[in-house]
Design a protein around this ligand. Structure first.
Ligand SMILES: CC[C@@H](C(=O)O)C(=O)SCCNC(=O)CCNC(=O)[C@H](O)C(C)(C)COP(=O)(O)OP(=O)(O)OC[C@H]1O[C@@H](n2cnc3c(N)ncnc32)[C@H](O)[C@@H]1OP(=O)(O)O
Ligand SMILES: [Co+2]
Length: 136
């Protein structure tokens, strides 16, 4: 079951400049960066309860964020719904015709397990489902 809006992700070409903007201009609390090798992405999180802002930047110039920045430039990249049972939600949403990127959930930030719904099957919005580490 989907339980919360876990985060809103923004693709950024210059991670340090974006961190500075969200800390200094908007006054948000910077939680730190995390490299997620499996996603070829470096993240920076700013908790803003009950949700968070996630900055996403390509790891070593590769991966999905690199392609996105090349084609579109920076901007809002995805919404992430938290789930308490990712397998069950994937099965339920697949039965409704949503197309998932990849067969199985993969490692995400903070020890979570994540999977993405293709924007082509979801009204042009890239949606991530994430099950937190402590919900397994
Ligand atoms: C750090 C871990 C994790 C977390 O814990 O929070 C993350 O957030 S990781 C974040 C990075 N990972 C991902 O984004 C994985 C899922 N994304 C992908 O696999 C790809 O980006 C994609 C969605 C399959 C698109 O890749 P690709 O097909 O190679 O690119 P195209 O440019 O050809 O796009 C095809 C089509 O889709 C549209 N598109 C692409 N990205 C988005 C987007 N973010 N939002 C909305 N639409 C998007 C793109 O415009 C193309 O449409 P058309 O031009 O109409 O064909
Ligand atoms: Co995300």
């Amino acid at each position: 079951m989907i339980t919360a809006l876990d985060h809103i992700a923004i693709a950024v070409p210059d991670l340090d400049a974006a961190i500075k903007r969200f800390m200094e201009d908007f006054g948000l609390t910077y939680e730190g960066t995390e490299i997620v090798e499996a996603a070829k992405t470096t993240t920076a999180f700013f908790p803003l309860p009950p949700t968070s802002i996630e900055l996403v930047h390509p790891l070593n110039g590769e991966g999905p964020i690199a392609g996105y920045l090349e084609k579109r430039g920076g901007g809002i990249h995805h919404l992430c719904f938290r789930t308490d049972n990712i397998e069950e939600d994937v099965e339920r949403l697949r039965a409704k015709g949503y197309q998932f990127i990849g067969d199985k959930p993969t490692p995400g930030a903070h020890g979570s397990t994540v999977i993405f719904i293709h924007p082509k099957s979801c009204g042009g919005v890239l949606i991530e489902l994430s099950q937190p580490a402590d919900a397994h």
